[in-house]
Design a binder for this molecule. Sequence first.
Ligand code: G3H
Length: 319
Amino acid sequence: MTSPQYVNVGTDFHADWLEDIRVNKSGVERRVAALGAARPVSGEAQVAFLLKAISCIDLTTLAGDDTPGRVERLCAKARNPVRRDILAAFDMADMGLTTGAVCVYHGMIETAVKALEGTGIPVAAVSTGFPAGLAPMETRIEEIRRSVGAGAAEIDIVVTRAHVLTGNWPALYAEVKAFKEACGAAHMKAILSTGEHGSLTEVARASMVVMMAGADFIKTSTGMEAVNATLPVSLVMARMIRDFADRTGIKVGYKPAGGIRKAAEAVRYLVLMKEELGRDWLEPGLFRFGASALLGDIERQLETLATGIPSAPWRHAMA
Ligand SMILES: O=C[C@H](O)COP(=O)(O)O
């Protein structure tokens, strides 16, 4: 499956774009509670959303005990994410469904690139001292360069949270701009670790700063924080993507990551994207889930919808 690549060339640093940003938490919560209320997703629409969700997953393994064998199994799952008989029940066996990408640590890039050869599925690498992002700057830049050299088409960078927590926006801008330069032609996703920000206003300002610095995607979390992706944070980040597009004409992608494990949750995120940003953000070029276990639950739900009989997790090959 191909999807257009959107590139954010970035802008100069504009302190004035940040000054007016204030987020009303209860307003955000009310909007999230109302998501999709007008038209609940069921039947054929539910199947379409679940297949769409799969095409947008960055199928991820980020464990200290990852092995080439585990990454190869993950890649096999990325190539064929749903059992053929389940897809056939929806007349979708020949749709060429794959996940959006496979996401690994640097040391597993070459294994993943080899296992995905000929599929067009990109390999994403977490970088810049993931997950804390506290390695020396030169080391973080060098890590990006090496990952790109090893074949990663997408680089998920982590920002220095202290810059966000102290409101040092010029420092955050300079750091992310340097990361973007190191990425070259590779697509850069900026992980903000929003669960560690003090408020939704900080999330909004940090989102705006990293987009000015050239982030092609903004991403919630590493998956390692105590609080990872949430719908309120996603609403705030989506609104910033909209503001940035209004100011610059540039479309930036969105990647909620961490703790998204249920098919029903995935549908809520897609509804949020559709209602807040429009259909372009329902494609892998502008939307990804960072998730290690979501695919299994979606496949199970699809089997349940295909057969009318509740499916069990053990029925599905998991990477
Ligand atoms: O970026 C991806 C996350 O690390 C995945 O988190 P998860 O294992 O909670 O799905």
